[in-house]
Structure formats: C-alpha cells, structure tokens
Design a binder for this molecule. Structure first.
Ligand code: GLU
Length: 417
C-alpha cells in the first residue's frame, strides 16, 4: 500500500459524509450543500507581546450549518489550526449537535498559535482582540463559542467580558464553558470525559462485558481523558494506561486515576507519577479491551491500524482515526464508536449552560449530571437502533441519525430566497 498522505479534518469529514449518505435516501442537493460551510471568517489578531513588540496571528471562525439553531463549537489555540481544519471540525459539530438532538448548528474556530509560548497576559490580550474581530459574527442567538484544545474556562471568561463590554451589557450566553462564577455551568468541564465514560459503559454492556472485567488504555489526560478515566475507574474498570505529551504511564494491575493529576491540575505530569513509562505509540497498540484516543486528531492511521490490539475503540478526541485507518479497523471487525457521539457531553452541557444563561437560573451539579446521563442514553439508543436496523458501522449509524435530522430541517425550511 502507498503510504497515506496526512489527511485534513475536512477531508475526513467529507469522506464520512459521502459514505454515510449512501445509506440514506437523502436529497443529493442537501448533501451537496452540507459539504461546504455557510461561511468562514479569517481575521488577523495583532497583540502586543510582553517585550513591547507587536505580533500578528491568524484567527478563523468556520460556521458550517445553522439549519437547526445557532452555530455552536469550540475555539482552538494550536499551531496547526488552519481554515480547513476549522471547517472539518465545524462539520463534526453540526453532526454532533444533531446526534444529541440539541437545537444548535455547527462551527469551529481558533488561532494558529502555540499557547505555551504566550504569557497569561498575552493570552488575555489575544483573546480580547480575537473576540473584537469576531464580534459581529458571534452572539447568544448567532454563534456560541466554547473551549477546545489550548483554551479553557478562563479564556471563555475573557471572551464573555470583552464581548459584554462592547455590547454594553453582561451577556453570558455568548459563550459556554465559562467558570461557574460568571454564568458557567457546574459539570461542564467534566462533561466531555463523562460522556465518553457513559458511552463506554453502554458499549461494554452491549457487547456483554462487565466493566469490572474490562481493561482500558486512554491516550491523553486532559479534560476528556482524565475525566473519562476517573469515571470508568469509579465504575470498576481497570485503567491500565494513561498519557500526556511526554509519554504514557503503564500499570497492568490498574492505575489509581485520582492520584495522577490531570493536565489542568498539573500540566504534563503523568510520566512523573509512573513506575513504568511507555510511549504514546505503544499505548495505542496495547492488548486491552477498550482503547480511548482522547488527545489529538489523526493518531490512528494506516501505519498503525493493523497493530491495534484493542477489541473496541471509543473516540474521545475529535477525529483521532483517519479514513484509511477506519476502513482497516472495520475490516478487522473492531467496533469504533465515533467522536460525534462519545464526546458529545461537552456540547450537551454547553447547551445546558446556555439555557441557564438565558433564563438566569443556575442548575445544581446533580441536575447537570442527571440530565447529561439522560441525553447520552437517549442518543446512544437512537444510534444503536440504526446500527441494528441497517447493519452499518457505529460511525455510519451516528451519521444516519444526525443527517436525517439535519436534512429534515433543511427540507422543511427550504432554500432562501
Ligand atoms: N469543543 C468541544 C467539542 O468539540 C465543545 C464544543 C461546545 O461545547 O460548543 O465538542
């Protein structure tokens, strides 16, 4: 086989759309429309560095589709952010919101910057200026950003403040993933990892495995990986490997996940707590029951898909598996549970946060956890029904659920003018 070209998120997303559409009796005009974003904004974000010099960064906001509600999706600060990456990730947000049946469309944005190179003050200036550049395109009923790679609740608080100062009133609904003190939701930070855990539990039950007999390797120990690991550990699973950029901690007898700090608690510390360190590549190839890639995109490729020994793969990150690798895993009959279902807890609790913001009434942590559980189980049931009915992959089943809803919304709204 020819070595695989690195695939952009947009290429992966388009291929998945095309593939899933073949199972649906969809109007081809609607599929054609969904291949493209509604609009992509590119802005220059100049900031003053701490040494007094000025540096200009490039920022994007790709708004893919809003047939079902305002655009929704994260903001990423990462050196590899590109226009196409934002479009691809924005498409996934459209499907994710539709799988969950929440009334939002899809968007994604970001700045091509290594946030590790910036001081806190520089990050604040960058975020405030980016918010100003995006001010006309975002809003509580228009487009609602959230955290993603390289951004966090503090970033969202600055965004909310910068937007509100210019609008002349405090508008918490313009962004989600804020600290609870300023209109954020309890349980939002844990939510993507929590949903990965809820779906993993449902999948294990479906394949008649008890969690107490299940070994799990998780790549990434940030807000997705650490929260998934801790919930699954609580529920009796054996977490044998976790990792960060420096490498992986491996313990076949099971890691006590509470004792290892997550990225937010102490960045890049996993290997410091480990007796046995293996590489991230080795983690992916461990002989475990469940593998959860919860760090970067494109980590399972044509080069290592044949070496994956896990029985089940759950996508914690967005787009961790290239199309070619997905085909290999499917030929090898390894079930892959897609990102648009597994990590959708993040945007689901973002929706809860937005509801709390616009109604000016906070929910308790328990209520958030209960409602998240209900929404995840409902989406899982919808996807499982298609999986059983159509004899398709889990990814295609999730796409079928999502695309049917989006296509119906397009059909009923019609094309303007
Ligand atoms: N960035 C997260 C995701 O990829 C959350 C987006 C949101 O809450 O709007 O799902």
């Amino acid at each position: 086989m020819e070595p695989e070209e690195p695939e952009s998120a947009l290429e992966t997303a388009r291929r998945q759309l095309h593939h899933a559409a073949t199972y649906l009796d969809l109007d081809s005009n609607i599929v054609e429309r969904l291949k493209y974003p509604d609009q992509v904004h590119e802005v220059t974000v100049p900031i003053e560095r701490d040494d007094g010099s000025v540096e200009a960064f490039t920022g994007y906001r790709a708004q893919h589709d809003d047939a079902r509600g305002p655009y929704k999706g994260g903001l990423r600060y990462h050196p590899e952010v590109t226009r196409d990456e934002c479009v691809g990730l924005g498409m996934w947000m459209t499907w994710k919101c539709a799988v969950m049946d929440i009334p939002f469309g899809g968007a994604k944005g970001g700045i091509a910057v290594n946030s590790k190179d910036l001081s806190t003050a520089e990050k604040e200036r960058l975020t405030r200026r980016f918010t100003e550049e995006m001010r006309n395109m975002i809003g509580p009923n228009q487009d609602i950003p959230a955290p993603d790679m390289g951004t966090n609740p503090q970033t969202m608080a600055w965004l909310m403040d910068a937007y509100s100062m210019q609008e002349g009133e405090t508008m918490p609904g313009v962004v989600t993933g804020k600290p609870p003190l300023v209109g954020g939701s309890e349980g939002r930070e844990e939510a993507p990892g929590r949903s990965v855990a809820i779906i993993t539990r449902a999948v294990c039950e479906y394949y008649e495995r008890s969690l107490s007999d299940t070994t799990i390797a998780i790549q990434g120990y940030g807000s997705v990986g650490a929260n998934a690991a801790r919930s699954l550990d609580d529920w009796g699973a054996t977490i044998v490997a976790i990792s960060d950029v420096n490498g992986a901690m491996y313990d076949p007898t099971g890691i006590d996940t509470q004792t290892v700090p997550s990225h937010d608690e102490e960045p890049e510390a996993v290997t410091r707590y480990a007796d046995e360190v293996i590489s991230n590549d080795e983690l992916l190839e461990l002989d475990v029951d469940v593998l959860i890639p919860a760090a970067l995109g494109n980590v399972i490729t044509e080069a290592n898909a044949n070496a994956i020994q896990a029985d089940i793969v759950i996508e914690g990150a967005n787009g961790p598996i290239t199309s070619a690798a997905d085909t290999i895993l499917s030929e090898r009959e390894i079930p892959v549970i897609p990102d648009i279902l597994a990590n959708a807890g993040g945007v689901t609790v973002s929706y809860f946060e937005w509801l709390q913001d616009i109604s000016r009434r906070a929910w308790s942590f328990e209520r958030v956890q209960d409602e998240l559980e209900t929404e995840m189980v409902a989406a899982w049931d919808d996807v499982r029904t298609e999986f059983e009915r159509q004899d398709v992959s889990w990814r295609d089943a999730a796409y079928i659920v999502a695309l049917s809803r989006i296509a119906e919304a397009h059909a009923i709204r019609g094309l303007w003018p």
